[in-house]
Structures are given as C-alpha cells and as structure tokens.
Design a protein around this ligand. Sequence first.
Ligand SMILES: *Cc1c(COP(=O)(O)O)cnc(C)c1O
Length: 381
Amino acid sequence: MKKQYLLAPGPTPVPPEVLLAMSAPMIHHRSPDFIPVIQKVRAGLKWLFQTSQEVITVAGSGTAGMEASMTNFLSPGDKVIAVNGGKFGERWLKIAKAYGVTPIEVTVPWGDSVDLSQVEKILAGDPAIKAIYVQASETSTGVWHDIQGLARLTAGREQTILVVDAITALGVVNIPMDQWGIDVLITGSQKALMLPPGLACIAVSEKAWSLSQTAKCPRFYLDLKREKDNILKDSNAWTPAVSLWIGLAKSLEMMQAEGLDKLFARHRLLARATREGVRGFGLSIFARQTPSDALTAIVAPEGFDGEAIYKNLRSQYGITGAGGQDQLKGKVFRVSHMGYADTFDIITAISGIEMVLARMGYKGAPLGSGVAKAQEVLIQG
Ligand SMILES: *Cc1c(COP(=O)(O)O)cnc(C)c1O
C-alpha cells in the first residue's frame, strides 16, 4: 500500500464533508428539492466573489469560463489586450483566434509579473481596445499579476473591460470584484473551491453586461445572459451538474464558516512557509517579483531534472505535485497549497522534496533544513 497525497495545482483534494454531501441520492434540478441548493450557491458565490452581481455557474472546466468570457462580450474583429506570461496566458490567444478576435499580446517573460506601464501605453494609444484578459495567478509559473493595478487602468474607460482568470486565485487571495472594479471574474471548481473538476463560475459587472448586448461572437451553451435570467429565478438554463452544485453549497458553507480574512491568511501563511522551506533546503522559487499564494513553482537545482523530481515524489512517496509545462519542462516542479490545505500538507511537501532530492544525490543542504524553516514560519503564524 502507498498512501496518496494530492498536492497538485488542480485538481486539489476534496474535503470528506464535501464528498459525503455529493454522494446523496440524486434529486431533480427542476423540483423544489434543488431550490435551497441554488439559493445557497447564489448567496455563497456572491460572498466569495465579493460582488453584488449574480455569479453564473456552468458545467465545464475552467476553460469554459475563459471561453465564455470572450464570446459573451466581444465581436469578431474586436481588439483586446491579452497578457501572456505562461501556459494559461497563451490560452487567451488561442480562444481569440478561434473566434476571430484580434489580440494585442503583452508578452511577459515566464516568471515575471506583468509590467503595468506596458499595458497602460497600449491602452492609451488605442481607444478601440475592448478588454484586457489576464490571469490573477498564472498557474504554470506560480506568478501573481497586479490585478488591482490593471483595474485602475480600465476604471475610467466605459468601453474597456477587465477580464480576470482567477481560477487559482479566488478563495486564495483577496480580490474584491466590485471594490476594485473587475468586470469579469472567473473561477473553476477543482482549484481553491475544494471540489472535483466540472464547474466554471463567472461573475459579470454592469459594464460587461452592457457590452454583452452588442457582442456578436457565436454562443449557445455558454450564453451567460440566458443563465443570468434563469439564476435570477433560482433556475438553470440547462441541466446543471447537480452533485457538484450540492458539493459547492457545502464547500461554500465551509469557507463561510472560516471567513474571508482567515481564508486568505491561511493561504498566505502556507505559501510563505512553502517558500521559506524551499529556500531553507537551498532551492529557489521560480517567480521573480510576486509569487502566487496558491502554488509554488520550484526551480530544479543545477544538474537535476525537475521532471524526475516530480516523478520520484509520486513513485517513491505517493505525493502528486506537478511538473513544468512547455519551456519549463524539466526546469521546475510545482506544489499546490490552495483549497483544502493546511500545516501538514506543507510539511509533507517540503519533507518529500528533501527526501527525493537526497536520494538523487543532492548535497545542497542537509535533510530537514527546509522542514525546519517551514516549521518556524508555521509556528509563528
Ligand atoms: C486550471 C486553470 C485553468 C482551467 O483549466 P481547465 O483544465 O479548463 O480547468 C485556467 N486558468 C488557470 C490559471 C488555471 O490554473
């Protein structure tokens, strides 16, 4: 037997309470049985997104939310800024291409955070730009982008929306949608929401709803206006993923019991302990300016293959993290600390990394030095 530890940046572990809730007998989505679930999800998501707007939940992975965030607000030929600083930033360009939208790419070297002055300059030079597309937390590099700063850039522009993929950010870091002026905010179920994959949640500002009235990109299943009209009546346009909604009601209840401040503080502490633990073992993190609090991308030490570290964690100790993607394959490996994560997930991660690297012949620091660092951070809180 090998005990398994899921420390990947999605899917993430699902709490037993949520698993139990989801195993209840099926109920009908148009019967009165489902109404309390819808009402709990509606209220809970507004709370989590920190918005007075309705949050739309669709069946699909996070990418469904990203796709809907283009098709519902744009027309073919529209110009948008796409911040591309990693694997998920690249996805904006691919979706834009599929719908005939014209992206102006802001290329960010992997590991860096977006340079606001670059975005500001492009915006200032072109009043026709309809939107900025960006990740809050770029999961491929473990980097945080300055969302509040970007929101200031779109605040005064009636025809430009800020669209934020917060799939590994919402429920991790404070992103008050209404207060900052974010127009479209997206998350997915299998990251910080502590659920299995299969749901995307999208909140839309007044400014973005008004753009949607003239948006001509084709859409049918992911028509957010249709979903909004339904959710206002405690209903769904199509058959919702009933069990996942029941799980979502439960996970929101757990997050509400913790409270936003404590939720963010827990993630901040776990992230800091991870970084300090990694450094304590003589390794470095990949993010150069602002690391994400959701996950840490760790640079494989000189002469060691990051892919082998990731694979050995799995085969030797049952720890599933993630490797590097594309240009980072073999160069980094990643561990998550978002969602259903706590003190001993960090100890497990750092300890496992130490043991795997020691067995591979790493001599940069003695066993336990990273764990000791992480423990110091964790006990100080
Ligand atoms: C996981 C993730 C997505 C969505 O990916 P899916 O596989 O479609 O769920 C999008 N953006 C970011 C930043 C992510 O971490």
